[in-house]
Design a protein. Sequence first.
Length: 195
Amino acid sequence: MNITTQPHFKAGKVYRTRDLVRWSANPTRLAKRLVKEGRLRQAAHGLFYKPQASRFGPAPATEVEVMRAFLGGAPFLISGPRCWNGLGLGSTALFASTLVYNTKRSGEFTIDGRRYLLRRVRFPKSPSPEWFVVDLLQHHEMAGAALSDLERALTQSLKSGRWDRVRLAKMACEYGTKATQSIVNQCIAAAEAHR
C-alpha cells in the first residue's frame, strides 16, 4: 500500500471510498484495512465512518452526515413522522424508514442498519413549518392519519393563528397536488369565516 500520509478521520464524519484516494493509490484496500483495525466502520458499500464517542460507547454518524456522503453533497431534506408529529395536527406516526427528499436518487436503502426511503422530488431549500403541513397532508396515509382529522386540526390551528396563512397557501400552490391545494384553501376559508 502506498500511503503518502497517515490518515486522520473526524469522529462522526462519513467518508466515501474515493475520499481515501489522497492517502492511497488503492483506496478500497486502505478502507478494508482501516475497518479491520477498527479506525473506521463500514456503513454500506463504499461508505465508512469514524464512530463518535458517547457515554454509551461508539455512536454511529448522524442521518444528515450519512445522507450528505451517500448523495455526494447533493441537496436533500429529511422529512417524515419526526417532522410531522411535531406540527400538533394529530399525527403520531412511527415509520420504519427515514424519508429523504433529494435531487439525485429514489429507492429504499439500508445504511448502517438504518432504512432510508429516498424520493427524487422538488423541495424548498429552507422549508417553513407551513411546508411541512403541506407535506403531511400529501402523505397522510404514510403518517397513519385520516385526512378528515388533519383538516379539522388544521382549521382549528389556523383559527388560533398558529400558521402564516399566506405562506401556507403559497406552499400548497408550489408543492402540493390540486387536492392538497383544495384542502388548504378550504381550511383557510373556514378559519377566516370564524374571525
